[in-house]
Design a binder for this molecule. Structure first.
Ligand SMILES: NC(=O)c1ccc[n+]([C@@H]2O[C@H](COP(=O)([O-])OP(=O)(O)OC[C@H]3O[C@@H](n4cnc5c(N)ncnc54)[C@H](OP(=O)(O)O)[C@@H]3O)[C@@H](O)[C@H]2O)c1
Length: 274
């Protein structure tokens, strides 16, 4: 078995070589996430899909924003049927890799020393002391790649009947992606009920005592394998509406941890060590 954690191009080149060497690939890149012949697997949400690895010998790991949202939406969907959700993501610069991290650091150092920051190369604009409403290239319909991928992947993981709107923002934070999520369910689900459902959901931690200053923040999510959810409240502007805030470690929960859990599941259910 090989874990691929490079670019999509590298994954496409090496996947067939791995196949030829009877090596199963767990790929963290976006290369195969939309490929119908490759299962997209989040072990807590759709472990049964893993059986499809045999078709091409590849398992795709969902992107960090998709994994984070699916972990929270799936239990709510099972309980009350999520009809529609709308999400605004606040994505850290490490989502653009090490180059994104270095770019924010260089810009911050320069600006705090009252110097002109270097021109951006990894991100489309200066990210220090800024918010950039672009994650990846835009399509003709005005959506960014990050937004399209999030919608497609969450529907693949949670259910194709789910209607989802997304806006992806890049924010000047090094690690940890956050999401403002609005949900409409088929059956009425109060904020209190939703909180109880999420308390028992796998890889989800509820942090929701706002008056005591207890709520999810990237600062708390970093180095945690669970996704943090809080600020749960009824959205009274619509029937069966809920409002919530989610944060997660984009490197762990959003990638590395999921890849390792997929490997564990593969060996438990489908493979045996020689
Ligand atoms: N960052 C996230 O939040 C996140 C979360 C989930 C999934 N992912 C996905 O995971 C992949 C890696 O992301 P990242 O953030 O870690 O990017 P990154 O910081 O740019 O790191 C990419 C790594 O891949 C290595 N690499 C490049 N070509 C290679 C090759 N041919 N063989 C072996 N290694 C090679 C690079 O090595 P050198 O430095 O030596 O070139 C580098 O260490 C991407 O596909 C990304 O979409 C990222």
């Amino acid at each position: 078995m090989a874990f691929f954690a490079a670019t999509g191009g590298v994954a496409r080149t090496w996947a067939s070589r791995a196949r030829a060497a009877a090596c199963i690939v767990v790929d963290l890149s976006p290369a195969f996430r939309a490929d119908a012949d490759v299962p997209l697997v989040l072990p807590e949400v759709n472990p049964e899909a893993l059986a499809g690895f045999a078709r091409r010998g590849i398992v795709a790991v969902p992107g960090p924003s998709s994994a984070q949202l699916a972990l929270v939406l799936a239990p709510l969907h099972r309980a009350a049927g999520v009809e529609r959700a709308s999400v605004v993501t606040l994505e850290s610069v490490s989502g653009a890799g090490q180059k994104g991290v270095e770019e924010l650091e260089a810009e911050m150092r320069a600006m705090l020393a009252f110097q002109e920051p270097p021109p951006p190369t990894a991100l489309p604009h200066r990210i220090a002391f800024n918010v950039v409403p672009q994650v990846g290239p835009f399509a003709d319909d005005g959506s960014s790649e990050g937004e399209r991928a999030l919608v497609a992947e969450v529907r693949r993981l949670v259910g194709s009947s789910l209607r989802l709107a997304a806006t992806s923002l890049r924010v000047p934070i090094f690690y940890g992606h956050s999401q403002v999520v609005n949900v409409r369910t088929r059956r009425k689900l109060s904020a209190a009920e939703a909180r109880e459902i999420l308390r028992t959901a796998p890889s989800v931690k509820v942090l929701d005592a706002p008056r005591e200053g207890v709520y999810p923040m990237p600062m708390l999510a970093v180095n945690d394998d669970a996704v943090l959810v809080g600020r749960l409240r009824d959205d009274t502007s619509q029937e069966n509406g809920l409002e919530l805030f989610v944060t997660g470690d984009n490197l762990r929960r959003g990638g590395a941890t999921t890849a390792v859990e997929i490997a564990r599941l593969l060996f438990e259910r489908h493979l045996s060590l020689p």
